[in-house]
Structure formats: structure tokens, C-alpha cells
Design a protein around this ligand. Structure first.
Ligand code: GLA
Length: 696
């Protein structure tokens, strides 16, 4: 049983890890253990007592409260902050009840000592995936005529790290065109905050973390890691208290946030998932990858090789040109033909059309069906780009509903890329989009949608908001989820891609709808090596769309650019009508090669053998889960002479089995390839992709 429940004490066990907490003698719900699974239930420590404390500190400094509310003498970061209708801003939570639901869910109810406020802490044990999922449900249990309660902070979880040692936080940062940069820094006393205030997950940080102490690396060391499954404003606060305790709170951002919780209503936070491994950052990533793959709407279906029109012709799409290029794409072996921006009513450049999601009459006088039929006749599926959350002021939709955008009536509406954001918190906007997009999908044979989101919020006003206008940040995201998942449910065949000007909306909240992400608008292959490595910290290769474009040409060869993109879901976005016969031939060969290794890349375990960020020689390996096959990618960007090419030690092979590797005569044991390594002679700007095969 993954949940062991004793008298007000609970142990959650996954295959290799455990998490324990309970009510201590002072009546506080307190964290007790998080780490490797222990042999016996008696091995786990009891919830610590508060001990003595001086006049300058409260008990929460000394005991790790599982979900501290802002109350009493607590000077640490709380999970919950409220204001009651009478102005009281002190939330005193007492243990109420606990219930195990089914096999793997635990619900612990806390109640305020005076007000009708209930907090249910929810835990789901993902036993096989070695992850614990946490979220909280906050209810106003008053009668209908009772006053509302204002929530000012409501986090999903506080993750307590084992006592002692100095922890190092690994996190991701970046910006548009340079997402997914990895940093590791030692935590100091105080609070280190990462967040988004942009209404999306953001390019500049991601709600993913890894904490280690004692110097974990890719292959070894204790790592506590996790994510927040949320696609809007989020906040992560890693705190080292003055008593040396380390904890990490994560949830919806409380910046500019408030939520009016009326009597009878419940606020449910997004979930945070976290895990522990002694196998280093590589094992932490693979744990998340396995879980993410299990969430994908289309499961283990292999993702198709795609063509995308954006880097080829930008907005300049029309029936004839797309039919011509489709021919070439099909000849090369492309399986999915995606028409990006530019196809809809009034769209010539980026200053018009967003909102009017029907085909542009000049570019597609007969609608989209002739093109789709041609694409299908060539043996490919058809995909389309949309950006449903946006309007250009120059659009029929905006002219009809200028009040539908996020704005303050007394302020100018800042445009970014000439566009404004529809307030998806409004149910009328949601309904409009569901109807319009449902029609688009019902009337056309569309197998793939790239859903884009190309600006961040400004002037975050919501005139006539039904609740507190600051609910916008959360209601907007709930609205996006509602529109998107309604469409996904009605059109289950469609494969969805999440894009926000590249990797601005990549998170575990999206996984309920999407199978694939656009990772970055930067497709220059050497930059991409680092970007993809950062992305791989939290997401598996099957979700990582990667395209061969003109970027990096002529310095980087076509095979090099293909090899970089073959490490995820391969795509091409370049004007194929301008490719030479030789290039088309190379493209066809690379696509054929990719199709052979695709199951290993998309469904196998990933090993980052030699880091890419900041390095000029990098290698990544994928191994099928039965360890029968693998594939090794290596890239030499630029090493000056005398070049010291590092040896490559393979990983993840069966030690006793024998393996052959393309380009090497010897058949050696997995242990030999992993412990003695191999060398590849590559020149500057060269790359290689080698199959690894188990030999019986
Ligand atoms: C964003 C996306 C690109 C492309 C353009 C179209 O920038 O990231 O891939 O779709 O929009 O306008």
C-alpha cells in the first residue's frame, strides 16, 4: 500500500522514495521525512516537536509545518494568507480529519479555529513514477449569507528538505530567443524567488526546480526536484531560515493577486509534483520524463516528422505556393504539413487579422479544403497555426467587441506586436472561441494545431469583473484550459502544440492538452544544443519539436542541423522550393534515418553525456527502455587546436549484454562501453549519429 496511516501520522511510499508527516504534540501538522524509502514503517521519524523558543521566534521557525498559514508568530514564508471580512488577517489552522481515498490519495483537512475556512491538503502518490503530487483545496464553508474571505496567497505545496547541509538550487532562466539556460547556485539564508508575472509560464523562468547538497552531478548524488503544473503567473520561493532549515514553497504567484472566496465556494490550487533520487540530475530528469510521457493525450503514439511554413515564407502563404512546397515535403518523407501564421482573414503582416479565424479570401479563395485535400493526397496530415487568445485592433472581432480585451478604461492599451489580449477569464469570450474553433476543426481535416501566444500582459484590468479584478491572473489560465480542453475533447484526433513566441508556455499544466511544445524561436543549431539541454531538464524528447531552418547556414552543414533536430521531434521549416537537388536528397536521407531511430529518441531514456551549455563538444544518448537499442548523438561545435576531444562514456546499457555501435568493429559488453568509454574523431562543425545495438 503506498499510504500507511497511523494515529495522525502518514507515510507515503513510492517504489524508491518516501514522504512522511503528522500532527505533533502541540497539534501542528508537521513534516517528518522526505527521501529514500526505508525498510520498515518504524524507521521513519515522528513529526518533530516545537521545542523551546525564545521571545524572538515562533514555533514555525523550529518545526517544518506542512502548510503554514500566515498566523501567530511565524516569520517564515507562509503557504496561505487571507483576510477575513472583519479585517482579521490571522489564519489559525487546526487538524480536523484525514481520509485515504482509493489506494493512492490522502486528504488531510485543517479548519480555522474561528472562521468558516477549511483547507484540504491533498496528496497523490505516483508509486511507479516515484513522485508525490500535492495540491490544496480552500473552502469557505459559511452559509450563503456569510461574508466572503479574501485569499491573498494560496500555494500548492511547501516542500521541506532534510535538515542540515547547504542546498544548491538548479533553476532555468532566459528570455525570448534564449530560453532554458541552466543555473546552479548555493542557497543562502533568506529567500530566493523565481516567478512569472506575465500571465504565461514565461521564457524568463520555469516552475521547475532541483535541489541537491553535497554536489550531485548527472550520474550521482541526492536530488530533490519538482514542478508546478500551472501555465500562468507562478512563484517559487526557496527559503533558508535563520535556524538552517531549507524549504521550497511553490504555487500561483501572489503578486497582484487576490481571490474573493464566497460562502460555499472552493479554490483549488494547481498541483505540484516532486520527487527524490540518489541518481543525480540525469535520474531526476528521467523520472519527470517518464511521468510526462504517461500524461500525454496521445500516449506512446510516435510523433510525425513535420514541415512548418513559418521560417520558410513567414506570412506569405497561399494555396498555390503551399501546394507546391507540399509536393517537395512529401517527397522528402515529411508526414505532417503545418501551415503557420498568415492564412486567416485579413492577415498580410502582423498588424491585422488576429481574432478572425477563417481563411483569407485572397490567399485561399476556395477555403482551406483544396490545400488540405492535396496535402492528404500526398500522404501527409495537415496542421494549422492559431493564436486564439489574441486580437489585432484591426480585426472584425475587435471592432465588434473592444471591451473583450484585458484593459483599464482610463489607460491606453499597450500593444505588443500590434496585438491585445482577449480576457479569457470571461465566459462569453470562452464560449465565442469554443464555437469558432470548433467549427474550424469540424469543417476541415486537421490533425495538428499549433496554439501560439505572442505577447505578455500589460494594464491587467478587468472592468466589471464578477469577483476581485485581481482574480484575472488565475481565471485567465482557467479559461485557457477550459477552451483548449473542450476543443481537445471534441476533436481527440488532433495533436496540439503549445507555443508562446517559442518556449514561453512549457509546463506540466499544459500536458493535459498538448503532446508537443515549441521550445524556442531560436533554431540556430549550436544555440539550440544548449536550449534543448535546458528543456530536457523537465520535459522528454517526444514533446520537443525541433526544426531545421535557414538559421546557422552556411556555417553549419545540413546534416549537423538535422542531427540537432533529430534529438526531439524532427521538423523542417525552410523554403524547400529553394533547396538544391543535393539538399533535398540529404534531407530525405536524414528523415529516413530519423524514422529508424525515432522510437528510441521519443520513447527511450535520455542521458546527457557531455553538457552542451558553455561547452563546444557535447553528446547525448537515448536508450530504449528494454535496453536493446540506443542511439548516440555527438557534436563538435568548435574546439581550437590542439583539440582535446573528450572521451564519451555511455550510460544506461545492460552491463552484461554485448553491444555493437555503428563505426566500431568491436562488440563489447555494456559495462565496457560505459566504463572504458569511446572516442569519436570529429572536426569542427561536425556531428554524428550512431546506432547502438544489443547483440545476442
Ligand atoms: C511566434 C512563434 C513562431 C511563429 C510566429 C508566427 O513567434 O514562436 O514559431 O509561429 O509566432 O507569427
Amino acid at each position: 500500500m503506498p499510504i500507511l496511516s497511523r494515529e495522525k501520522y502518514w507515510i507515503l511510499e513510492t517504489e524508491h522514495t518516501a514522504y512522511a508527516f503528522g500532527v505533533n504534540a502541540h497539534g501542528l501538522l508537521v513534516h517528518a521525512y522526505w527521501g529514500a524509502r526505508l525498510p520498515f514503517a518504524e524507521d521513519y521519524p515522528l513529526p518533530p516537536e516545537s521545542g523551546d523558543y525564545a521571545s524572538w521566534s515562533g514555533p514555525s521557525h523550529l518545526v517544518p509545518e506542512e502548510y503554514p498559514a500566515h498566523a501567530g508568530a511565524k516569520f517564515v514564508e507562509p503557504c496561505l494568507k487571507t483576510t477575513f471580512a472583519d479585517g482579521v488577517r490571522d489564519t489559525v489552522l487546526r487538524f480536523g480529519a484525514a481520509e485515504v481515498v482509493g489506494e493512492n490519495e490522502l486528504r488531510v483537512t485543517l479548519r480555522d479555529a474561528h472562521y468558516p475556512l477549511t483547507v484540504v491538503l491533498c496528496y497523490r502518490v505516483h508509486e511507479a513514477h516515484d513522485l508525490i503530487e500535492r495540491w490544496a483545496e480552500i473552502s469557505n464553508t459559511g452559509n450563503t449569507d456569510d461574508a466572503s474571505i479574501t485569499l491573498e496567497r494560496v500555494w500548492s505545496a511547501l516542500w521541506h528538505l532534510p535538515w542540515g547541509g547547504q542546498y544548491r538550487l538548479s533553476h532555468l532562466f532566459g528570455r525570448w530567443f534564449e530560453e532554458w539556460q541552466l543555473r546552479r547556485e548555493l542557497l543562502q539564508p533568506g529567500v530566493k524567488v523565481k516567478e512569472s508575472r506575465r500571465i504565461t509560464t514565461s521564457h524568463s523562468a520555469n516552475p521547475w526546480f532541483a535541489l541537491d547538497r553535497g554536489g550531485a552531478d548527472e550520474t550521482q548524488g541526492e536530488v530533490w526536484f519538482g514542478v508546478l503544473a500551472w501555465s500562468g503567473n507562478w512563484k517559487l520561493a526557496a527559503e533558508v531560515t535563520e535556524y538552517g532549515a531549507t524549504r521550497l514553497g511553490i504555487g500561483v504567484n501572489d503578486w497582484d493577486f487576490a481571490w474573493r472566496l464566497n460562502a460555499g465556494e472552493t479554490f483549488t490550487t494547481p498541483a505540484s509534483l516532486a520527487g527524490y533520487t540518489a541518481g543525480g540530475f540525469g535520474a531526476a530528469s528521467r523520472t519527470l520524463h517518464d511521468y510526462a510521457r504517461a500524461q500525454l493525450p496521445h500516449g506512446k503514439t510516435l510523433h510525425p516528422v513535420l514541415y512548418n511554413s513559418w521560417e520558410a515564407v513567414f506570412f506569405d502563404v497561399n494555396e498555390a505556393s503551399q501546394m507546391a512546397v507540399a509536393e517537395r515535403a512529401a517527397q522528402m518523407g515529411v508526414e505532417l504539413f503545418v501551415m503557420d501564421d498568415g492564412w486567416f482573414h485579413g492577415r498580410a503582416i502582423d498588424n491585422a487579422g488576429l481574432g478572425d479565424w477563417w481563411p483569407d479570401e485572397r490567399k485561399f479563395p476556395n477555403g482551406l479544403t483544396p490545400l488540405i485535400e492535396r496535402v492528404n493526397a500526398l500522404g501527409m496530415d495537415f496542421g494549422l497555426w492559431i493564436e486564439p487568445e489574441m486580437v489585432n485592433p484591426d480585426s472584425d472581432l475587435y471592432r465588434a467587441h473592444p471591451d473583450w480585451v484585458i484593459h483599464f478604461p482610463t489607460r491606453a492599451r499597450s500593444e505588443m506586436r500590434n496585438q491585445l489580449i482577449l480576457n479569457l477569464g470571461r465566459t462569453d469570450v470562452q464560449e465565442y472561441l469554443i464555437t469558432l474553433l470548433d467549427k474550424l476543426l469540424a469543417e476541415h481535416n486537421i490533425a495538428f494545431i499549433k496554439w501560439d501566444m505572442n505577447r505578455n500582459v500589460s494594464e491587467p484590468g478587468w472592468p466589471d469583473a464578477p469577483g476581485d479584478a485581481r482574480e484575472l491572473w488565475v481565471r485567465y489560465v482557467q479559461g485557457v484550459y477550459r477552451v483548449w480542453s473542450t476543443l481537445a475533447a471534441r476533436h481527440p484526433r488532433v495533436l496540439w502544440q503549445s507555443c508562446s513566441g517559442g518556449g514561453g508556455r512549457v509546463d506540466y499544466g499544459m500536458l493535459r492538452m498538448v503532446d508537443q511544445f515549441w521550445v524556442s524561436d531560436n533554431t540556430e543549431a549550436t544555440a539550440r544544443l544548449g536550449i534543448q539541454e535546458g528543456f530536457s531538464q523537465l520535459m522528454p524528447a517526444i514533446t520537443m519539436e525541433s526544426q531545421v531552418t535557414h538559421m546557422g547556414r552556411p556555417l553549419l552543414s545540413l546534416p549537423f542541423r538535422f542531427h540537432v533536430s533529430m534529438m526531439g521531434v524532427l521538423g523542417i521549416s525552410d523554403d524547400l522550393l529553394k533547396w538544391s537537388e543535393a539538399d533535398l536528397q540529404t534531407g530525405a536521407e536524414q528523415i529516413a534515418h530519423y524514422k529508424e531511430i525515432r522510437p528510441i529518441v521519443q520513447l527511450g531514456d535520455q542521458y546527457r553525456l557531455l553538457p552542451a551549455q558553455g561547452q563546444d563538444f557535447t553528446a547525448v544518448q537515448y536508450v530504449s527502455q528494454d535496453k536493446a537499442e540506443g542511439v548516440l548523438f555527438a557534436f563538435r561545435v568548435h574546439l581550437p587546436e590542439p583539440a582535446r576531444i573528450p572521451p564519451i562514456y555511455l550510460r544506461g546499457l545492460a552491463a552484461d549484454a554485448r553491444y555493437a555501435i555503428d563505426g566500431f568493429d568491436a562488440v563489447r559488453s555494456g559495462a565496457a562501453w560505459m566504463n572504458t568509454g569511446l572516442r569519436l574523431e570529429l572536426g569542427n562543425g561536425e556531428s554524428t549519429v550512431r546506432r547502438i545495438r544489443r547483440v545476442e
